[in-house]
Design a protein around this ligand. Structure first.
Ligand code: CIR
Length: 253
Protein backbone atom coordinates (compact mmCIF):
# COMPACT_ATOMS: atom_id res chain seq x y z
CA UNK A 1 0.00 0.00 0.00
CA UNK A 2 1.20 3.51 -0.74
CA UNK A 3 1.94 5.84 2.19
CA UNK A 4 1.09 9.51 2.75
CA UNK A 5 2.30 11.49 5.74
CA UNK A 6 0.14 14.30 7.08
CA UNK A 7 0.42 16.38 10.20
CA UNK A 8 -2.17 17.52 12.74
CA UNK A 9 -3.40 21.09 12.80
CA UNK A 10 -1.88 22.91 15.76
CA UNK A 11 -4.13 24.56 18.35
CA UNK A 12 -2.26 27.74 17.37
CA UNK A 13 -3.04 27.40 13.65
CA UNK A 14 -4.48 30.94 13.60
CA UNK A 15 -0.97 32.29 14.39
CA UNK A 16 0.39 30.91 11.11
CA UNK A 17 2.93 32.74 8.95
CA UNK A 18 1.36 34.97 6.30
CA UNK A 19 3.15 36.66 3.40
CA UNK A 20 0.68 37.71 0.70
CA UNK A 21 -2.60 37.42 2.58
CA UNK A 22 -4.24 39.62 5.19
CA UNK A 23 -4.85 37.85 8.48
CA UNK A 24 -8.53 36.93 8.80
CA UNK A 25 -10.18 34.89 11.56
CA UNK A 26 -9.60 31.15 11.12
CA UNK A 27 -12.01 28.57 12.48
CA UNK A 28 -9.58 25.88 13.65
CA UNK A 29 -12.31 23.26 14.05
CA UNK A 30 -13.54 23.88 10.53
CA UNK A 31 -9.95 23.63 9.25
CA UNK A 32 -9.64 20.29 11.06
CA UNK A 33 -12.85 19.06 9.45
CA UNK A 34 -11.53 19.99 6.02
CA UNK A 35 -8.22 18.34 6.82
CA UNK A 36 -10.01 15.12 7.80
CA UNK A 37 -11.88 15.17 4.49
CA UNK A 38 -8.57 15.70 2.67
CA UNK A 39 -7.06 12.70 4.49
CA UNK A 40 -10.17 10.69 3.59
CA UNK A 41 -9.63 11.61 -0.08
CA UNK A 42 -6.06 10.28 0.16
CA UNK A 43 -7.31 7.09 1.84
CA UNK A 44 -9.97 6.69 -0.85
CA UNK A 45 -7.17 6.94 -3.44
CA UNK A 46 -5.47 3.97 -1.80
CA UNK A 47 -3.00 5.64 0.58
CA UNK A 48 -2.23 4.58 4.11
CA UNK A 49 -2.44 8.02 5.76
CA UNK A 50 -0.14 8.44 8.74
CA UNK A 51 -0.71 11.62 10.69
CA UNK A 52 2.15 13.01 12.77
CA UNK A 53 1.23 14.90 15.94
CA UNK A 54 1.79 18.64 16.30
CA UNK A 55 2.44 20.88 19.25
CA UNK A 56 1.31 24.43 19.89
CA UNK A 57 4.77 25.86 19.12
CA UNK A 58 4.31 25.00 15.43
CA UNK A 59 1.29 26.90 14.06
CA UNK A 60 2.02 25.84 10.45
CA UNK A 61 2.53 22.13 11.20
CA UNK A 62 -0.27 21.00 8.87
CA UNK A 63 1.72 22.21 5.84
CA UNK A 64 4.06 19.24 6.04
CA UNK A 65 5.07 19.54 2.38
CA UNK A 66 7.40 22.40 3.26
CA UNK A 67 9.64 20.24 5.45
CA UNK A 68 10.78 17.69 2.85
CA UNK A 69 10.84 16.63 -0.78
CA UNK A 70 10.45 12.91 -1.34
CA UNK A 71 11.82 11.27 -4.47
CA UNK A 72 12.03 7.59 -5.40
CA UNK A 73 15.73 7.53 -4.57
CA UNK A 74 15.88 9.62 -1.39
CA UNK A 75 14.15 12.18 0.83
CA UNK A 76 15.54 15.70 0.99
CA UNK A 77 14.99 17.36 4.32
CA UNK A 78 14.37 21.08 3.86
CA UNK A 79 15.59 24.06 5.87
CA UNK A 80 12.44 26.23 5.81
CA UNK A 81 12.78 29.91 5.04
CA UNK A 82 10.58 30.99 7.94
CA UNK A 83 12.52 30.53 11.17
CA UNK A 84 9.29 29.71 13.05
CA UNK A 85 8.88 26.61 10.89
CA UNK A 86 12.28 24.95 11.44
CA UNK A 87 10.96 23.30 14.59
CA UNK A 88 8.66 21.20 12.36
CA UNK A 89 11.53 19.43 10.63
CA UNK A 90 13.04 16.84 13.04
CA UNK A 91 9.89 14.74 13.53
CA UNK A 92 9.31 14.61 9.78
CA UNK A 93 12.91 13.51 9.20
CA UNK A 94 12.48 10.73 11.76
CA UNK A 95 9.29 9.55 10.05
CA UNK A 96 10.91 9.62 6.60
CA UNK A 97 13.97 7.71 7.77
CA UNK A 98 11.81 4.57 7.94
CA UNK A 99 11.25 4.74 4.20
CA UNK A 100 14.13 6.57 2.53
CA UNK A 101 17.75 7.49 2.54
CA UNK A 102 17.96 11.08 3.87
CA UNK A 103 19.87 14.11 2.57
CA UNK A 104 19.66 17.46 4.36
CA UNK A 105 19.73 21.01 3.07
CA UNK A 106 22.14 22.99 5.23
CA UNK A 107 22.74 26.70 6.10
CA UNK A 108 23.08 29.17 4.50
CA UNK A 109 20.52 27.59 2.19
CA UNK A 110 16.84 28.02 2.97
CA UNK A 111 14.15 26.21 1.03
CA UNK A 112 10.50 25.28 1.55
CA UNK A 113 9.20 22.09 -0.04
CA UNK A 114 6.45 24.22 -1.58
CA UNK A 115 9.12 25.75 -3.79
CA UNK A 116 10.31 22.45 -5.21
CA UNK A 117 8.34 21.17 -8.18
CA UNK A 118 9.37 17.74 -9.43
CA UNK A 119 8.13 16.88 -12.93
CA UNK A 120 9.73 13.72 -14.23
CA UNK A 121 13.51 14.22 -14.11
CA UNK A 122 13.13 18.02 -13.98
CA UNK A 123 13.22 19.77 -10.62
CA UNK A 124 12.13 23.41 -10.66
CA UNK A 125 13.04 25.50 -7.62
CA UNK A 126 11.09 28.70 -6.96
CA UNK A 127 13.12 31.76 -6.07
CA UNK A 128 10.92 33.30 -3.41
CA UNK A 129 11.11 34.94 0.01
CA UNK A 130 11.57 31.42 1.44
CA UNK A 131 14.07 29.87 -0.96
CA UNK A 132 17.48 31.25 -1.88
CA UNK A 133 20.18 30.66 -4.48
CA UNK A 134 22.26 28.55 -2.10
CA UNK A 135 19.37 26.11 -1.92
CA UNK A 136 19.22 25.80 -5.70
CA UNK A 137 22.95 25.01 -5.72
CA UNK A 138 22.64 22.39 -2.95
CA UNK A 139 19.65 20.76 -4.58
CA UNK A 140 21.52 20.63 -7.88
CA UNK A 141 24.64 19.10 -6.31
CA UNK A 142 22.57 16.50 -4.45
CA UNK A 143 20.25 15.54 -7.29
CA UNK A 144 22.46 15.69 -10.39
CA UNK A 145 24.10 12.33 -9.62
CA UNK A 146 20.61 10.77 -9.72
CA UNK A 147 19.98 12.20 -13.19
CA UNK A 148 17.76 15.13 -12.22
CA UNK A 149 18.02 18.51 -13.92
CA UNK A 150 17.59 21.32 -11.36
CA UNK A 151 16.67 24.87 -12.36
CA UNK A 152 15.80 27.98 -10.41
CA UNK A 153 12.61 29.77 -11.48
CA UNK A 154 11.62 33.32 -10.51
CA UNK A 155 8.16 33.55 -8.94
CA UNK A 156 6.16 36.73 -8.28
CA UNK A 157 2.96 37.56 -6.44
CA UNK A 158 2.55 34.36 -4.44
CA UNK A 159 4.19 32.46 -1.61
CA UNK A 160 5.68 29.41 -3.32
CA UNK A 161 6.45 28.02 -6.75
CA UNK A 162 3.73 25.44 -6.22
CA UNK A 163 1.20 28.23 -5.58
CA UNK A 164 1.94 29.18 -9.22
CA UNK A 165 2.51 25.81 -10.92
CA UNK A 166 2.01 22.11 -10.25
CA UNK A 167 2.34 18.96 -12.31
CA UNK A 168 -1.05 17.34 -13.05
CA UNK A 169 0.01 14.54 -15.43
CA UNK A 170 3.19 13.34 -17.15
CA UNK A 171 4.52 16.37 -19.02
CA UNK A 172 1.52 18.55 -18.10
CA UNK A 173 1.68 21.57 -15.78
CA UNK A 174 -1.20 23.60 -14.38
CA UNK A 175 -0.05 27.19 -13.91
CA UNK A 176 -0.97 30.80 -13.35
CA UNK A 177 0.90 32.79 -16.02
CA UNK A 178 0.59 35.97 -13.92
CA UNK A 179 2.81 34.49 -11.23
CA UNK A 180 5.30 32.58 -13.28
CA UNK A 181 6.69 32.76 -16.79
CA UNK A 182 5.46 29.70 -18.67
CA UNK A 183 8.59 29.86 -20.85
CA UNK A 184 10.54 28.41 -17.92
CA UNK A 185 8.82 25.10 -18.70
CA UNK A 186 9.85 24.47 -22.30
CA UNK A 187 8.79 21.02 -23.45
CA UNK A 188 5.83 20.81 -21.04
CA UNK A 189 2.20 21.09 -21.99
CA UNK A 190 0.59 23.90 -20.04
CA UNK A 191 -2.95 24.26 -18.71
CA UNK A 192 -3.48 27.83 -17.52
CA UNK A 193 -5.80 28.55 -14.60
CA UNK A 194 -8.95 30.50 -15.36
CA UNK A 195 -7.89 34.16 -14.91
CA UNK A 196 -10.73 34.64 -12.38
CA UNK A 197 -9.16 31.91 -10.22
CA UNK A 198 -5.54 33.00 -9.67
CA UNK A 199 -5.06 30.65 -6.71
CA UNK A 200 -6.11 27.56 -8.66
CA UNK A 201 -2.68 26.37 -9.83
CA UNK A 202 -2.08 24.11 -6.84
CA UNK A 203 -3.29 20.56 -7.52
CA UNK A 204 -2.10 17.36 -5.87
CA UNK A 205 -1.30 14.68 -8.40
CA UNK A 206 -1.73 11.07 -7.27
CA UNK A 207 -1.35 7.92 -9.38
CA UNK A 208 -4.78 7.88 -10.98
CA UNK A 209 -6.33 11.21 -10.00
CA UNK A 210 -5.75 14.79 -9.04
CA UNK A 211 -6.95 16.29 -5.76
CA UNK A 212 -8.16 19.82 -6.34
CA UNK A 213 -10.02 22.54 -4.41
CA UNK A 214 -13.76 22.65 -5.06
CA UNK A 215 -13.60 26.45 -4.90
CA UNK A 216 -12.15 26.76 -8.43
CA UNK A 217 -14.87 25.35 -10.72
CA UNK A 218 -13.70 27.06 -13.91
CA UNK A 219 -10.16 25.70 -13.68
CA UNK A 220 -11.63 22.35 -12.65
CA UNK A 221 -13.45 22.29 -16.00
CA UNK A 222 -10.16 22.88 -17.79
CA UNK A 223 -8.65 19.89 -16.00
CA UNK A 224 -11.55 17.56 -16.69
CA UNK A 225 -11.59 18.72 -20.34
CA UNK A 226 -8.03 17.36 -20.48
CA UNK A 227 -9.36 13.97 -19.50
CA UNK A 228 -8.00 14.12 -15.96
CA UNK A 229 -9.84 12.41 -13.14
CA UNK A 230 -10.29 15.10 -10.48
CA UNK A 231 -11.39 14.58 -6.92
CA UNK A 232 -12.45 17.82 -5.21
CA UNK A 233 -11.98 18.82 -1.58
CA UNK A 234 -12.88 21.98 0.31
CA UNK A 235 -9.63 23.57 1.52
CA UNK A 236 -11.02 27.09 1.99
CA UNK A 237 -10.22 27.37 5.72
CA UNK A 238 -6.68 26.08 5.14
CA UNK A 239 -6.32 28.63 2.34
CA UNK A 240 -6.72 31.45 4.91
CA UNK A 241 -3.32 30.32 6.23
CA UNK A 242 -1.89 30.54 2.68
CA UNK A 243 -1.86 26.79 2.18
CA UNK A 244 -3.44 24.59 -0.47
CA UNK A 245 -3.71 20.92 -1.37
CA UNK A 246 -0.12 19.91 -2.08
CA UNK A 247 1.04 21.47 1.20
CA UNK A 248 -0.91 19.13 3.43
CA UNK A 249 0.82 15.84 2.65
CA UNK A 250 4.07 14.13 1.72
CA UNK A 251 3.65 11.12 -0.52
CA UNK A 252 6.44 8.84 0.66
CA UNK A 253 5.89 5.56 -1.09
C1 CIR B 1 3.53 29.59 5.63
O1 CIR B 1 3.50 30.79 5.37
O2 CIR B 1 4.60 28.98 5.72
C2 CIR B 1 2.23 28.86 5.85
N1 CIR B 1 1.30 29.72 6.48
C3 CIR B 1 1.66 28.35 4.55
C4 CIR B 1 2.53 27.33 3.90
C5 CIR B 1 1.89 26.72 2.70
N2 CIR B 1 2.72 25.72 2.14
C6 CIR B 1 2.83 25.48 0.86
O3 CIR B 1 2.27 26.20 0.02
N3 CIR B 1 3.64 24.51 0.48
Amino acid sequence: MRIALTRAISDRFADCELTHLERVPIDVEKAREQHRAYEAALAEAGYDVRQLPATDDMPDSVFIEDTAVVLDELALVMRPGARSRRIEVPAVETALREHKRIARIAAPATVDGGDVLVAGRSVFVGQTTRTNEAAVAQLRATLMPYGYRVCGVPVRGCLHLKSAATCVADGVLLLNPEWIDARAFAGFDVVAVDPREPEAANALRLDDRVIFPVTFPRTLERLTARGLRVCTVDASELAKAEGAVTCCSLIVA
